[in-house]
Design a protein around this ligand. Structure first.
Ligand code: AMO
Length: 434
């Protein structure tokens, strides 16, 4: 019987095989025609010597529009002309779905297509091996993240994505209609992962969507991204959290090199695994670097894209890709971050990867009175956060955690030019479809 094969597991020992996929290209050279059949794993050459093929089959296969989906059965022959070392001589074929003409964009044409055109026709774009490889790597990355964090005894949790209050700043909330009242899309699991620290589930993680109504049209902001959040109890300082993320990222980078080798080869990329421990800079040190390089930021200012880049360039000269920036002014950090008493600073950090923030976190304020005071200082009404504050009134562990934007992590790892390259169907202020 003829077995179903794909381009990764076909061999001359098969003698006959059925292969399914997309017609990538057809070249008619007079007495012989070649059809390139593409499937998930690669391409296979279907060779059609006119005289040896049933005329009806020859007529069908040589006239198929590019990107038509077919199943082709034939004899497997050795060939020194093809990358696989074999070719298929067809004996029968079935057309599952004929592609329209012209195609909205090419799959193999070496012309530069605008990002917008690619995203509008993402189903075509992902047919390109180098685009598909990115999403396979993203999947491998998530598997490795989970492996690492479970190895550290974290429990996976799911928190609501429709909520009554935001945690990361009012202006960036998407409002939705929830029956007869307004609700908001979750900006992060912040409030819920902290509530869980009062339950005894004292190490939790979540990988899920986060929504930000940010009007930024940049290559690193989107309005929906996947956030990898962790929260852990019984910490004595924020460095414990930093070393935990470092351990996870180290596992991910090493694992990607191994499990993602085939996809990395398609992309022509190499992943470097930095030495540990990752250096910890302070905000004040970074501010000085930035000022010395001509960017006039003041104490308390966000380092911003430009500031982060200056620090990234200085670290790059020292051969350092990943580094923490700790002790931000409390003013620059959200209400849930613990202040460093008697100083204007806080127990907070960011993790930067080649000049871009990919994570932030810190030790949280777990003392009820201080937390309420901090909310008031930030102009928030504690009454709006009753469900959150309750968890701090009846026994809360000291804790801290982090949020990592997984697309930013992937983009930096693979040195991609735009966060949209790492999201199948990105959402930004001007894109809501497909
Ligand atoms: P923060 O707001 O810094 O912190 O977000 C954490 C990480 O999420 C990613 N990120 C984004 N990625 C793409 N597009 C965006 N618009 C976007 N906004 C954020 C970044 C960022 O470092 N609750 C805290 C985390 C914590 O303290 O646990 C938080 O959400 O990679």
């Amino acid at each position: 019987m003829t077995e179903i094969r794909d381009s990764s597991n076909i061999s001359v020992q098969d003698q006959t095989a059925t292969v399914r996929g997309w017609v990538q290209d057809i070249r008619n050279m007079g007495g012989i025609s070649f059809l390139t059949l593409r499937d998930r794993h690669g391409t296979l050459q279907v060779t059609m010597p006119k005289k040896k093929i049933d005329p009806e089959l020859f007529g069908l296969l040589t006239k198929l529009p590019r990107e038509t989906v077919v199943s082709i059965t034939g004899d497997v022959k050795e060939s020194n002309q093809t990358a696989l070392g074999l070719e298929l001589i067809p004996t029968s074929a079935e057309v599952y779905s004929e592609a329209g003409v012209p195609l909205p964009m090419g799959v193999i044409d070496k012309v530069n297509v605008e990002m917008d055109t690619r995203l509008n026709h993402r189903f075509m774009d992902v047919r390109k091996p180098e685009v598909k490889a990115i999403f396979e790597l993203k999947s491998i990355m998530v598997e490795l993240i989970e492996e690492a964090v479970r190895g550290l005894d974290f429990t996976q949790v799911y928190t609501p994505k429709i909520s009554a209050a935001g945690a990361e700043g009012g202006a960036e909330l998407f409002q939705v209609q929830y029956f007869d009242r307004p609700a908001y899309l979750a900006q992060s699991p912040q409030l819920y992962k902290q509530i869980l620290m009062s339950t005894g589930l004292d190490r939790v993680f979540e990988i899920g969507p986060a929504f930000r109504a940010e009007h930024s049209n940049t290559n690193r902001h989107v309005t929906e991204f996947i956030s990898f959040d962790g929260e852990m109890s019984w910490i004595s300082d924020e460095e414990e959290v930093m070393r935990t993320i470092e351990c996870i990222i180290d596992h991910v980078l090493k694992g990607m090199k191994e499990k993602g080798a085939a996809q990395l080869a398609i992309l022509g990329k190499e992943i470097t695994v930095p030495a540990r421990p990752y250096p910890i800079l302070t905000y004040s040190e970074c501010l000085k670097m930035v000022n010395d390089n001509g960017l006039p930021l003041k104490e308390g200012d966000d380092l911003g894209t430009e500031g982060e880049k200056i620090v990234g360039d200085i670290m790059k000269e020292k051969g350092i890709d990943l580094y923490f920036i700790a002790e931000y002014p409390e003013e620059a950090k959200p209400f849930y971050i613990m202040e460093k008493d008697g100083t204007p600073y806080s127990f907070s950090f960011d993790l930067d990867y080649r000049g871009q923030e990919i994570s932030s976190g810190g030790q949280r304020e777990h003392r009820y009175d201080k937390l309420v005071a901090r909310m008031e200082k930030k102009g928030l009404d504690p009454e709006d956060f009753g469900f959150y504050l309750d968890a701090f009134r009846y026994g809360m562990s000291p804790h801290g955690g982090w949020g990592i934007g997984i697309e930013r992590l992937l983009v930096k790892m693979l040195d991609l030019p735009n966060i949209r390259e790492a999201i199948l169907f990105p959402r930004d202020p001007s894109r809501l479809s497909p």
